[in-house]
Design a protein around this ligand. Structure first.
Ligand code: BTN
Length: 256
């Protein structure tokens, strides 16, 4: 089944997410389009999804491989997140996306802090949350949550072959992308609405593939080894290095 508006809407149970829905055959980056739409006054819950991206953005200026017909490349506009919700959004989205994938495919999804979803040791999805603050109030004006999921089997470029995978590789099922998108929006609306009670963090910890493991951390101070210990109340990673505990707010973590 192709990625069509009517098909996605037929599976949608949300109040706001996806009720303004744009389905594109091609976008440069759905995050870029959603950021522009947000500045143009698009409503809360606006969703932009594309069959392929020519300039998909990943974390830290990396690109996100977005071939046609194989993946889900989607951006969701969340207006006026409170300043307490903002730091939780990426971790909470990771949990919602893991639940959505498991609802349509017989797989177990893990989370590699903070924005990667992993099946059988391979990255099958990434999350990029962007946003803007209102310059007059200093409060968050909006967030755009971008999610890329490798759904159907694909020939990855050489540099991704050792690390990337697809949902189909993991379970043999060619999941319907429209159904998966609707499941994602259904899960995400509930999860973000309840995120501030922090109950989802228990599931984040359970799904984590780094907690309790020795890791290699790359952050603004360089690359070093540590042990991943826990998540704090904002979903930040607590690491132990040379006997002292630190909280990582941003950075890249690889299991050693
Ligand atoms: C990462 O793994 O570093 C984050 C990847 C985020 C990719 C998604 S695909 C939809 C949305 N549009 C983009 O340009 N990026 C995000």
């Amino acid at each position: 089944m192709s990625l069509t508006k009517a098909h996605i809407e037929s599976h949608l149970r949300t109040r706001a997410l996806g009720r303004a829905l744009t389905v594109l055959p091609v976008a440069d980056s759905t995050n870029r389009l959603a950021m522009a739409a947000a500045k143009d006054g698009a409503p809360h819950g606006t969703v932009i999804v594309a069959d392929t991206q020519t300039d998909g953005h990943g974390q830290k200026g990396r690109s996100f491989f977005s071939p046609a017909g194989c993946g889900l490349y989607v951006s969701i506009l969340w207006r006026s997140p409170s300043s307490s919700l903002l730091p939780l959004m990426t971790s909470c989205t990771a949990v919602a996306a893991a639940r959505a994938i498991e609802s349509v495919a017989p797989v177990s999804v893990q989370i590699k802090w903070v924005n990667d979803l992993i099946i059988d040791g391979r990255k099958i999805a990434g999350i990029l949350t962007q946003g803007e603050f209102d310059p007059t109030t200093g409060q968050p004006a909006f967030a755009v949550i971008g999610i890329g999921i490798n759904v159907h089997r694909v020939d990855f470029p050489d540099e991704l072959k050792p690390i990337a995978g697809t949902v189909q590789d993991a379970c043999g099922v060619a999941v319907d992308r429209g159904e998966l998108l609707a499941a994602l929006l259904n899960e995400l609306e509930t999860a973000l609405s309840e995120a501030e009670n922090r109950a989802f963090l228990t599931e984040s910890r359970r799904r984590s593939c780094v907690i309790g493991r020795p890791v290699r951390v790359t952050d603004s101070s360089g690359t070093y080894t540590a042990d991943a210990v826990d998540l704090d109340e904002n979903g930040q990673l607590i690491i132990e290095r040379d006997g002292a505990r630190h909280t990582l707010i941003a950075g890249d973590v690889q299991v050693r």
